[in-house]
Ligand binder design. Structure first.
Ligand code: NAD
Length: 264
């Protein structure tokens, strides 16, 4: 698959460190021959993202906190100045107050509900709108979701509700952008130990549960999500849009605990 994305340029939002899913996707796209631009959130993360960008010869496209729409504008203006046009966008951004990623969903505060929806859902639409202006026909957008959108997962709470809304956004955006051949899809990744995931209550239990009960009997890696990302971002998937593609060792297909699963 080397050369599969040669000549394509895209922006990847959501690299925090080398364990980020966005980093797995960035590496895979680069390996497939694409040119990459990265954004970061704040000065502390810039220090982590800078050396990673250097590894991939990536453009440092700008500091972007998605709650500040002007910073999203600025990123796409910077990219337009540097490149003119883009071919793909990856949105790997989510946030909830971690005090509400434990216990009961019913206790979600109005403030955290609104903030989680703004950062984890609306931002994808805000990014899509700005990307559309400079995107070549036939481009591809992708976001990251989780099975907690479809089924209730312990502690996932408001993020499950946010991911359900994000998946609906994927379908609406796919229709809005489809006339120009621009595709919009999501990868529903299995649990992976990242910075964001460490905020979820009992995350180690969730990892073990998936390992024991998924058809492949293991969890997935960011590199695997990255390679599936190459499929959705490249011309391999020109007939695919509005789709939520599971990269989760098949976990979403099983209906109950495996008979041979050990106790956790
Ligand atoms: P991560 O902590 O590496 O990445 C989360 C990113 O979100 C960070 O780069 C952070 O800077 C960014 N972010 C948060 N608030 C932001 C804001 N206001 N403005 C701009 N950026 C902001 O964790 P990750 O697990 O790689 O998360 C990436 C995506 O993958 C998220 O959407 C997450 O929900 C999703 N996902 C993760 C898992 C998992 O188990 N790790 C599973 C399925 C889906």
């Amino acid at each position: 698959w080397s050369g599969l994305m040669a000549g394509k340029r895209g922006v990847i939002m959501g690299v925090a460190n080398n364990r980020s899913i966005a980093w797995g996707i960035a590496k895979a796209c680069r390996e497939a021959g694409a040119e990459i631009a990265l954004t970061w959130q704040g000065d502390a993360l810039k220090k982590r993202v800078e050396p990673l960008a250097a590894e991939l010869d990536a453009l440092m496209a700008g500091d972007c906190d998605v709650t500040d729409l002007a910073s999203i504008d600025a990123v796409f203006e910077n990219i337009e100045k540097a490149w003119g046009k883009i071919d793909f966008v990856v949105h790997a951004i989510a946030f909830s107050d971690k005090d509400e990623l434990t216990g009961r969903y019913i206790d979600t505060s109005r403030e955290n509900f609104a903030r989680s929806m703004d950062i984890s859902v609306y931002s994808f639409t805000a990014v899509a709108k700005r990307a559309e202006r400079i995107m070549n026909d036939g481009g591809s957008l992708m976001t990251l979701t989780y099975y907690g959108a479809e089924k209730v997962m312990p502690h996932y709470n408001v993020m499950g509700v946010a991911k359900a809304a994000l998946e609906a956004s994927v379908r609406y955006l796919a229709v809005d952008m489809g006339a120009r051949g621009i595709r919009v899809n999501a990868i529903s990744a299995g649990p992976i130990k990242t910075l964001a995931a460490s905020g979820i209550g009992d995350f180690r239990y969730i990892l073990k549960w998936n390992e024991y009960n998924s058809p492949l009997k293991r969890t997935v890696t960011t590199d695997e999500v990255g390679r599936s990302g190459v499929y959705l971002l490249s011309d391999l998937s020109t007939g695919v849009t509005g789709e939520v593609h599971h990269v989760d060792s098949g976990y979403h297909t099983v209906g109950m605990k495996a008979v041979d699963a050990p106790d956790i």
